[in-house]
Design a binder for this molecule. Structure first.
Ligand code: ZN
Length: 69
């Protein structure tokens, strides 16, 4: 019979799996970093595809709309 610790551990695993899945979905929506923001063309740091979260969100919304068109 499951006790509270077992239930908590199971619950934690479920949350972790969900977090990983969400992170994967975010990754597939991010373009390969090229040194410039994909949204506004500003120079960005190495490994970054956007200058900030707003630009990323804008780009993702546009990308989704394009996908639907
Ligand atoms: Zn930008």
């Amino acid at each position: 019979m499951a006790d509270i610790a077992d239930i908590a551990a199971e619950r934690e695993q479920l949350d972790t799996a969900r977090a990983i899945e969400a992170a994967r979905k975010r990754l597939t929506l991010a373009p390969v970093p090229c040194g410039h923001c994909y949204n506004c063309d500003e120079p960005v740091g190495e490994g970054a595809a956007f200058c900030d979260a707003d630009c990323r969100d804008d780009w993702q919304v546009r990308k989704r709309l394009q996908g639907m068109a």
